[in-house]
Design a protein around this ligand. Sequence first.
Ligand SMILES: [Fe+2]
Ligand SMILES: [Fe+2]
Length: 237
Amino acid sequence: MRQLRIAAVGDVHLDERLRGSYRKRLDGIEEHADVLLLAGDLTRHGTLEEAAVVADEFRDLPVPVVAVLGNHDHHSDRPAEIAAMLSDAGITVLHDDAAVFDIDGVRLGVAGGKGFGGGYAGKCASDFGEPEIKAFVGHTKRIAERWRVALKELQADRRVVLSHYSPVKDTLAGEPLEIYPFLGSYLLAEAVDAEGADLIVHGHAHAGTEKGVTPGGIRVRNVALPVLGRAYGVYCL
Ligand SMILES: [Fe+2]
Ligand SMILES: [Fe+2]
């Protein structure tokens, strides 16, 4: 079976000022990659005007484009409309579910969603006490469970998880320890380890590190644009 080349980038944080700039950096992407994954924070403030720029930068590329939204894309309370705009531009938007792409006869499954925070094993928030903290932890728990189900049902030759928040702390190295609980959750890694995947990509941690691994041994890559310092990373499966 042929190798698949997965291009991924997150945190492009586009707005009207940047219109046209990212598109140029995607020229010839089909020579380097079979698919492009966008790991959230596609806009600066989650406005529909910014989302229109994102849709235009990533529409009609010669490879399939798959996206999740990030926390910035939620800031103006328009995530459903932003997702619809991206879908109208031919981008597959994941919401704690999965999609399968046929790439020259190889089935690539991509599962995931925004993810959320809570921290990492032994140093994490727990659903104890006030309703607000229970809601915070409950949000992450529900997401992790939906990812587990999506992966369990996913029939594919290669499996990639696409997230905004980080499932591991390895890829946060460089960020202040104080904000780790807001950068991701170990519950996400636990769900993926339970069902298996070949690669996890995420963004959100602008000051983090590219490479990490889950406790179960799955490769994790932080593809936030400031971490990569290039238009996209390419990972072979
Ligand atoms: Fe970001
Ligand atoms: Fe973010």
